[in-house]
Design a protein around this ligand. Structure first.
Ligand SMILES: *Cc1c(COP(=O)(O)O)cnc(C)c1O
Length: 342
């Protein structure tokens, strides 16, 4: 039986062409800034986002932690969605390492706007925590930020002497889905992190982007966290290949996710909101059935999924083509309500 792995887009393995690029990568000591592949990846990322500079970091989590550390730190706060990755999936590094206080904002689908932020910006006396950062996650649960929200959030941040950080782990999914250049999307964020290790298909790493001055500070903190790397060009080469070849194909992942969502909506057991399926991630529920039971039944039928935020999460990725998607939809169509009760 063929197994369709829809747990995440992080499970993607480098393709033969990417492995070739990795094998042929020129490398050097990146701590001496002598790794040509890392240098090229960093300049490519900065150029693509129209930021002054960028830094190659081993993970998206570190790409989020460093800006919270540099621009926030002890005695300061970050405003973020209550659904955000920095709150749920980064082992509380923001409090335990960066020492920053998160204030969580509840909004539909995790998308913040000015109205949801304003109540948290009251002027205060010296004994109040310093308001430092507004964090936006794009995409969040596969949902793209409207440009207008980003604009008004940046305006509020500026007015209050704060900076905006975008956790753009899946920034390029947002760019492809909304047909807006990534550089345009990040215009209103001071710092941005995006992952090459997810839908873009590279094995390891993320790029943190911002001003030159910020990136120099970020480089120091990366070293402090023990994550400066030596011949990291081996990894960077995968990222260069990904940025040069794998962005446009994200549209296929989005089409496949929509097909799977449609198949789920046609069953009499899945509860799904089709409008929320904008990119490569979708969520659904089976009312009255525990999540682990759904995961188990899907696995028995050859589909691997996970749960997140009390729902079943499905993520399409570059190992799932349109034939696979047809097959997945067929399997979903063959599942009956009573199968969950066994
Ligand atoms: C995956 C992800 C991260 C962190 O990436 P890691 O490389 O797993 O540390 C951060 N934010 C979001 C939204 C993510 O999906």
């Amino acid at each position: 039986m063929k197994i369709y792995d829809l747990r995440s887009d992080t499970i993607t393995k480098p393709t033969p062409q990417m492995r070739k690029a990795i094998a042929e990568a020129e490398v050097g000591d990146d701590i001496y800034r002598e790794d040509p592949s890392v240098n090229y990846l960093e300049s490519l990322a900065a150029e693509m986002l129209s930021k002054e500079a960028s830094l190659f970091v081993p993970s998206g989590s570190m790409g989020n932690l460093i800006p919270l550390f540099v621009n926030g730190g002890r005695g300061s706060l970050v405003l973020a969605s209550s659904l955000s990755h920095i709150i749920h999936h980064e082992v509380s590094a923001l409090t335990s390492i960066a020492g920053i206080l998160p204030i969580l904002i509840d909004t539909p689908r995790g998308i913040l706007n000015a109205e949801s932020i304003v109540p948290h910006l009251s002027e205060g006396s010296y004994d109040m925590v310093r308001k430092a950062i507004i964090e936006v996650e794009n995409t969040i649960g596969g949902v793209c930020y409207p440009l207008n929200n980003l604009k008004e959030i940046k305006a509020l941040a500026e007015k209050n002497n704060m900076v905006v950080h975008m956790d753009g782990a899946r920034l390029f999914n947002a760019a492809v889905a909304t047909n807006v250049e990534a550089s345009e999307i990040v215009k209103n964020s001071d710092t941005v992190t995006f992952c090459i290790s997810k839908g873009l298909g590279a094995p390891v790493g993320s790029l943190l982007c911002g001003t030159k001055e910020f990136i120099e500070k970020a480089r120091v903190v990366r070293k402090m966290l023990g994550s400066a790397m030596r011949q990291a060009g081996i990894l960077a080469a995968g990222g260069i290949y990904a940025l040069q070849n794998n962005i446009n194909r994200l549209a296929l992942d989005h089409d496949n996710a929509k097909e799977i969502a449609l198949a789920l909506s046609k069953t009499d057991w899945a509860k799904i909101n089709l409008q929320d399926v904008e990119t490569n991630i979708l969520f659904f529920e089976v009312e009255g059935v525990a999540l682990d039971k759904v995961i188990r039944l899907f696995k028995e039928r050859g589909i691997m999924v996970l749960s997140d935020h009390s729902k079943i999460r499905v993520v399409t990725n570059l190992h799932i083509d349109s034939d696979d998607t047809l097959e997945i939809c067929k399997i979903i169509g063959s599942i009956e309500k009573k199968d969950f009760l066994k």
